[in-house]
Design a protein around this ligand. Structure first.
Ligand code: NAD
Length: 369
């Protein structure tokens, strides 16, 4: 008996987790039945008929929850509807930060996999939603900044005089930060970047930007390549150095995060006070509390002439490209899942939060929310 996959729409997010091309592959290659909520692709101008042409069926949302073995969505959208026994949810649930949203799955004895918990290893690369979305967000942040900034990025030499290139400061040179550096460089800006991981320095320099380092940082081999919390002394030194570099920056793009923790505060109000009017800050860590003291998640504010945009979901603004990548990520995960035989598979264990209503992820097992 083939399993049934149900794809639900995620309200307030124009991204779609599976496009018709990959739905067809689920049906023909992996032998799943696929059903979807009507209007699934409407935000991307994809008609229901395009999904139906692949062999999928359109069913009401209520019916979809009741009859699917595996339910897919971009993020949280389940409100306690009736489920089939042993149903399993797959999405990008940001569980370490939105832990209270998980209770409803537990109450309904569901299993949950969150793709943002996959380890950042070569094996998981094709399913790595964090990388695909961060890469788009880094690009989009620069495009937004170029639009909001009241100057230009490249050097202009004209008969009426020469305009110097914009100075862009990137805080956090992970996936989003590196893509932001590359995009700002392509537009002709002069770019500087900070990161607590010294290993990021080489990548920053290879993109033509200057790497600014604070001495005395902490790294941990067990952090899976992620940053770890720094000492108070380091944080003070870093704030001071960032303050010095912000003084001459026209655009600051901050992307610094520590998994499961509040984002590090890197841009103090006194630094924004010292920026030139017309400058721009894009805070991609806004959902995790923000790298800038003044930023507000999902808001754009103007403080003493400096525009501050807080948005951790900028990939949703380029939803067509984002859905293209997500669709490949989700398909790869489902394909991987269908081939796994060992119960303790490292990728599935790392991304699973609940198994039939029981916590499996160590973070939740120990805190028992
Ligand atoms: P992230 O979103 O968790 O954080 C963004 C960046 O902010 C990171 O580079 C981090 O070091 C930096 N940061 C954290 N605290 C900071 C602070 N106080 N000051 C300045 N910078 C700070 O990171 P990410 O983009 O998701 O990448 C995390 C790691 O995963 C990186 O090492 C990356 O190279 C690695 N990665 C590996 C693969 C793979 O396939 N092997 C794929 C993607 C990412």
């Amino acid at each position: 008996q083939p399993k049934t996959i149900g794809i639900v729409k995620t309200p307030n997010d124009p991204r779609v987790c599976l496009l018709p091309k990959e739905v067809k592959r689920l049906i023909t290659e992996l032998k799943y039945n696929v059903q979807f909520e009507p209007g699934l692709g409407s935000s991307l101008q994809i008609e229901d008929s395009q999904y139906i042409d692949t062999g999928a069926t359109s069913v009401s949302r209520q019916q979809l929850f009741k009859t699917s073995d595996i339910i897919l969505s971009v993020n949280h959208t389940y409100n306690g509807e009736e489920l089939k026994d042993d149903s399993l949810f797959i999405g990008i649930f940001n569980p370490l930060f939105h832990s209270s949203k998980l209770n409803i799955y537990k109450e309904h004895s569901a299993s949950v996999f969150s793709l943002d918990l996959l380890p950042r290893t070569t094996l998981a690369q094709s399913m790595d939603v964090l990388s695909s979305m961060a890469s788009l967000a880094g690009y989009r942040a620069v495009i937004k900044a170029a639009d909001l900034f009241n100057g230009i990025f490249p050097m202009f030499t004209t008969a009426a005089g020469t305009l110097t290139p914009a100075k862009v400061l990137i805080l956090g040179a992970g996936v989003a930060g590196l893509q932001a550096i590359a995009t700002a460089r392509r537009l002709g800006a002069v770019v500087e970047a900070f990161d607590v991981r010294t290993s990021a320095g080489e990548e920053v320099r290879s993109l033509g930007a200057t790497f600014v380092e604070v001495e005395g940082h902490t790294e941990s081999a067990s952090a899976g390549g992620y940053a770890v919390e720094q000492t108070e002394e380091y944080k003070q030194k870093q704030k001071e150095l960032i303050h010095q570099h912000i003084l001459s920056a026209n655009v600051v793009i901050s992307t610094a995060n520590i998994p499961g923790r509040k984002a590090p505060l890197l841009i103090e109000t006194r630094s924004v006070d010292a920026m030139q009017a017309g400058s721009v800050i894009i805070d991609l860590a806004a959902e995790q509390g923000g790298n800038c003291e003044l930023s507000k998640n999902n808001e754009i504010i103007v403080y003493k002439g400096v525009t501050i945009l807080g948005n951790s979901n900028l990939s949703a603004e380029i939803s067509s490209s984002a859905s293209r990548l997500l669709s490949n990520n989700y398909f790869s995960f489902l394909k991987y899942m269908s081939k796994v035989e060992k119960p303790d598979d490292p990728l599935l264990s790392a991304s699973q939060i609940l198994n039939k209503g029981q916590w499996t992820h160590p973070h939740f097992k120990s805190t028992q929310i």
